[in-house]
Ligand binder design. Sequence first.
Ligand code: KIV
Length: 278
Amino acid sequence: MAEKRFTVSSFLKAKKNGEKISMLTAYDYSTAKLLDEAGVDSLLVGDSLGMVMLGYENTLQVTMDDMIHHCRAVSRGAKRAMVIGDMPFLSYHVSIEDSIRNAGRLVQEGGAHAVKLEGGREVLDKIKAIINAQIPVIGHLGLTPQSINMFGGFKVQGKNEEQAKKIVEDAVLLQEAGVFSIVLECVPEGLAKLISQRLDIPTIGIGAGKYCDGQVLVTQDMLGMYTDFVPKFVKQYSSLCDLIKESTKKYIEEIKEGSFPAKEHIFKIDNEVLEKLY
Ligand code: KIV
């Protein structure tokens, strides 16, 4: 029998029971299937796909159509993990109506179980409207990459009193608005600890230390597959970069020397049939 799906209630139950939540990004079917089979609790179809999959410099060029395309693939591969679709830049900034429609597309067309969007007080009206439309929302505070031009780069957030106070207040506001979890990205560990203790909903950290209620990493970072930029908070559990390059070199070598394909890789035809063709 298939294992039970990890849901919004599972997030809340995990926090209550002091069990840590695991989350990884996924952008395609076969990776999602592997991560799901390995038992990850949730798969985030992050707009980081703009950088990791599409080779953009940041996430700002990612569109709703990009997100839906990748969300669909991940949803097909995830049997147990909760699939969270990231709302890309400008998909929830223009109007409430637009925000509901775009969140709805991630669920209806992309097969997501929830959506994530960046920001605090400035997007509260959009968050409330999306939740009212019965779509679970996960918040995202701290270093919110869609605001990179406002921040002036990928910088740790919440180091001074003013910034830290705003992040704590925003976290409480998001919880009151009804989000079921909050991603805390690139904030000092002490601040993430305080927020995690203050909230009833789980925090999911990325570069936010060990006191968060769960952790998320970009899968390609975790597996050592994406090396354009490796942030300090990333732990590489494998070096797939090396493995992929070594395997590819071997493949090229075997083609050149004629040892691939070998007997076991070919299909046969009866000689009588073949002779008639000569
Ligand atoms: O887009 C993404 O992958 C994210 C995570 C890094 C949290 O937002």
